[in-house]
Design a protein around this ligand. Sequence first.
Ligand code: NAP
Length: 391
Amino acid sequence: MDGAPHLRPLTILGVTGSIGRQTLEVAATLRIPVAGIAAGRGSDELLGIAHALGGAAVVVANPTPAEAVHFSEALGPRVGFGQEALLAMAAAPGTIVVNGIVGSAGLEPTVAALDAGNRVALANKESLVAGGPVVVAAATRGRGEIIPVDSEHSALWQCLVGETAASVRRLVLTASGGPFRGRTQSDLENVTVAQALAHPTWTMGPRITIDSATLMNKAFEVIEAHYLYAVPYERIDVVVHPQSVVHSLVEFVDGTLKAELGDPDMRVPIQYAITYPDRSTGHLPPFDLGGRTLVFEPPDRALFPCLDLGYRAGRDGGSSPAVLNAADEIAVAAFLNERIPFRAIPDVVAGTLDRIPPVGVSTVAEVIAADREARWIAADLVDAIAPGARN
Ligand SMILES: NC(=O)c1ccc[n+]([C@@H]2O[C@H](COP(=O)([O-])OP(=O)(O)OC[C@H]3O[C@@H](n4cnc5c(N)ncnc54)[C@H](OP(=O)(O)O)[C@@H]3O)[C@@H](O)[C@H]2O)c1
């Protein structure tokens, strides 16, 4: 089908990021109006996008005082500041909210959008990882929809269209394996930030790129899949597939496997989350099947312990996935700032999980409390490895 079947305007949260910028491209291709945009800082890039979009409302979530003055002068009443303005934007009725915010700051806008009955095209991993039960409850309460943007969950979603829950034997998430696939423990001793940021198949923001190198990203995706599809952890598997052409698979009880394939390009699942249940013409050329070799292999769980830390936190449930996420956020920031080595990232996460027993979470406030406690403990663990100024 050509053109955009759903013309609900878009709200793009995290518009200056990798997902946000690609969403702007999709909006331009589909000719969908953009009603609102938000980012963390009052950057020149955000101002440039605001000018280019004309009338869209703008939110700067964490401006410096100087940025707030500058943006007010430049944009007048169409700019708002802070968390309240961000949540009001997410809750604007009748919109599709693309959540491309990085980190646990994405949770509250997801809940606000779902409570308002909006569709959330969800890229922000931390919403479901940290706040799975809270997000699922908000979707039920507000009758909002969550359509996944992440390529793996979009693949699962597409494989599950028209199927029943009882017919699913297992979900299989594919992982590229990241830049260190096939390496040894000693190879990982002196990994540099630049090496860890060099993802073989996807171009993404820094945190998710490091999480891909540790396989923590896949651990998060296992937890997200559990909440999105209500499938228990023992029926969610991970397979390494370095070509990133098969984006994930579903195995059914009769032995049939369905997979979704395509060249790795986030604009495709972003567009699908916006147009679902319809499809619109995309920008990719026809897929060339000639000469392709697709490889599948088990993940190296000893070399990449973050994967099993994710299963552990998921099975523990309650606050544990929020602790996992927050500890990882601190550990990744410390690695990016060259304070701890790459191999210490799982140590910081495991140490934080060991110190915080799981408790039930049913509100955003409870998730935030678990997140805060985990950040403190993870930061202490980082300090123990690398004494000196905190991140
Ligand atoms: N990139 C991908 O291909 C991909 C694929 C699947 C899933 N995801 C997930 O999508 C999310 C975004 O990833 P990304 O790679 O696009 O990240 P990114 O490039 O680092 O961009 C993050 C965006 O979030 C904004 N932001 C940060 N804190 C904010 C706050 N408190 N309020 C509002 N906006 C805030 C940033 O604004 P400033 O620029 O002002 O800081 C920026 O626009 C992550 O959860 C990631 O795991 C990404």
